[in-house]
Design a protein around this ligand. Sequence first.
Ligand code: HEM
Length: 393
Amino acid sequence: MSEKGFNPHDPEFIQDPYSFYRRFHNEEPIVRSEHYGGFWLLTRYQDVRRALQDWETYSSATPGVTSIPMATQRDFPEYPIESDPPEHTKYRELVNPWFSKVRIVKFEPDIRRIANELIDRFINLGRADLIKDFAAPLVTRVLMLVVGLPESEAEKVNDWANVIMHGRLHDIQSAKRASSELIAYVDEIIASRRRAPQDDIFSLLTQATIDGRPLTDLEIRGYGVFLLMAGHETTIKGIGNSLWYLAAHPDDKERLINEPALITTAVEEFLRYMPPVHMLGRNAARDVEICGKQIKKGDLVAIGYGAANMDESVFEQAHTCRIDRRPNPHLSFGAGPHTCLGTHLARLEMCVAIEEVLRRIPNYQLDPSSPPERTPHGDLIGFWKLPVVFDNR
Ligand code: HEM
């Protein structure tokens, strides 16, 4: 570790967050880092859970606070994430019905159709990259469908999201350019829906009111940009991590093929053990002392979802992935007012994606000639390349 302390984007952490978490839990449950302007990391389950529910101490209401470092400088808040109750409740209520379980389950046939269309494209080749050829196009096309945008525009949204997420650390100019293009795309949709409403989430927002006033274009932009980003990389990683695990653990793969009813339980464990989101930031809204550490008003505090999931005081054999683990109160979707809006969608997509891969290419294995590659950041952990081979005869 450098003299600045823990760096979540250090390749060593990205490769093996587990040994860091073990050490933090044993030695330093509240971690101080001087990277990225300095921040704290909460690692114990109870501290993380409490912080997620205590928005009066841990505030989200600052543009860019959730990403460490900030994705790109922004002067508008993203909604609903960058607001605190009671405002947050009003922003959140507007979009809750759009992502309700009742609405989302209706997309299952579409998710299965898209998954199979993608598998059809590579099934005769005997090899595929399960991120580029499967998880990424699946997630982006489904997201477009769910928010009501043309599936044909999925590829450009996927490209922008990738460049913004990866560029924020390694190519800030490209990240800024992609961010401006995504904003322009969202602004154009808002303008067109103001002229002629359609059956999509942007039209809903142009007609919605908060405290009796219509939403401004900037507020709708805040929703649009965040929804397209939040539903993208997270779910790609959720699917990719699960498919990687099953390839690397053939006994569990075999078990899931033989016991398909285990899928929902297995998905919860994949989410716990390999959470797409390991940490997001908040601002301390007042001085607080935890475990002898003085967190000052204004300090940046990272909420360690990934670390909390490894807390042995809550999860027996926390460092082992047990695909039949029950109960499984993991914090991979958060807890409290900001609990992920897309949980029903993410869970459904993960189940369907895994089911269809296991059904169509059950003997897939990691490609021995091309190892998987992880994305170069540790706040969200997963793969951007997952080459596999399979014999389909
Ligand atoms: C496996 C996939 C996903 C994971 C692991 C994930 C994880 C998370 C986490 C950790 C949070 C913060 C919760 C908190 O701090 O309490 C969050 C918030 C959020 N997620 Fe997800 N997410 C996923 C998929 C999605 C999808 C598909 C969407 C839909 C577009 C989505 C939309 C959101 C939104 C809008 C918020 C902010 C909610 C609020 O502030 O009220 N997420 N997600």
